[in-house]
Write a protein that binds this ligand. Structure first.
Ligand code: SF4
Length: 357
């Protein structure tokens, strides 16, 4: 029976998701007819909350009424989409994550410098689609089976979708060394993603079972599940607490971990923790499930890892040194608390990377 729940150290929305969601809410609160271009997060609860505020998701700009407001989500869009919004007389609120804006600028620079560009990313992922708007000829590769498609060229550049696992990026970088005379490597793996992975690996090593909470379509959530499996800790991925219906999945586990992707609000983690204790906890744990879940979240969410899902606190942002473009992040960092975890993060990143291999 489960006696204890531990929640991963840094949790909740990443700053990019939080800002896009907040911008949509602010727009609706201002009385604007607000739509998001694509789901702003892969999280059914958040989408339902936005829907209750009158914010709907549209797949194409053509679905937006003239004069209405469209929020660009954190993944960003192509320049062509921006132009089309202007042509259709739509107000566009840009919720593109500042990290992704940095990637877009970097790509634009690589195109101008004449590099043959390889983009590590999931084909058709919205962020990748947006990035290709800045470098239409970039070669998109994902799994290792794709890499033979990479040609040999004199000057090549490698860049990545923000949520790709660091170990895969490192491996591809090593692979590409023999593909080019000059190889420029832009490490645009988002530091927030790296920290989630570090924390999840650390947690997975300390518990007997782990529940990963996040959207089924969320790439960064799926990667967390995969890392747990690599560590050797049994793991399941759920979207919400209600998905947990079978107490037997926990087997003989006494200490269970809970972690979540960058689009998973902390409320979902708390609800999952409570659900585990209620359905699979010892009689004592089940009797105090709510209090124990609240305590687990309180113990996990350090000031550095908070998101605005907790009222009155600020969330973490990558340091300028980690940002793909300093300017983009200097502009961004003004609105966020700073963190001093660079060295610790680097060494833990290395641990996560090793585990992932
Ligand atoms: S995961 Fe990183 S790049 Fe993606 S939205 Fe969040 S902060 Fe931005």
């Amino acid at each position: 029976m489960v006696q204890e729940i531990r929640i991963a150290k840094r949790t909740g929305f990443c700053y990019g998701v939080r800002e896009a969601v907040d911008k949509a809410k602010e727009s609706a609160d201002a009385g604007k007819r607000t739509q998001t271009l694509g789901q702003v997060v892969h999280n059914a609860g958040v989408i339902a909350d936005l829907g209750a505020r009158g914010i709907v998701s549209i797949a194409e700009l053509t679905e937006a009424a003239a004069g209405s407001t469209v929020v660009i989500r954190a993944h960003g869009v192509t320049p062509a989409v921006r132009s089309a919004a202007a042509e259709r007389d739509l107000e566009m609120i840009d919720g593109t994550c500042s990290w992704v804006i940095g990637e877009q600028k970097q790509l634009q620079g690589l195109v101008e410098e004449g590099y043959t560009i390889v983009l590590l990313g999931t084909p058709n992922h919205p962020e990748v689609v947006g990035l290709l708007g800045f470098a239409p000829d970039a070669i998109v590769v994902d799994d290792e089976s794709d890499w033979d498609r990479i040609p040999r060229r004199k000057r090549m550049a490698l860049i990545t979708q923000s949520t790709q696992p660091p170990w895969k990026f490192e491996r591809l970088a090593a692979f590409m060394v023999s593909r080019a005379h000059e190889l420029k490597i832009i490490n645009s793996v988002c530091p927030v993603t790296i920290r989630r992975q570090e924390d999840t690996v650390e947690l997975a090593r300390a518990v007997e079972f782990i529940v990963v909470v996040g959207g089924r379509q969320s790439a960064n959530t799926k990667e967390l599940t995969r890392l747990c499996e690599i560590v050797g800790t049994p793991a399941i991925q759920v979207e919400r607490a209600g998905d947990l219906t079978d107490a037997s999945v926990f087997g003989a586990a006494r200490v269970v971990g809970v972690t979540g992707g960058t689009s998973t609000p902390i409320e979902d983690l708390e609800a999952v923790a409570e659900r585990i204790l209620t359905m699979a906890g010892t009689s004592d744990a089940a009797a105090h499930a709510h209090a124990l879940a609240v305590a687990a979240l309180g113990a996990a969410v350090t000031p550095a890892g908070r998101t605005t899902s907790l009222p009155g606190v600020q969330s973490a942002a990558p340091t300028d040194a980690q940002a793909p473009t300093g300017a983009a992040h200097r502009a961004h960092a003004g609105s966020h608390a700073r963190r001093g975890t660079g060295r610790a993060a680097a060494s833990a990143a290395s641990a996560a990377s090793t585990a992932a291999r």
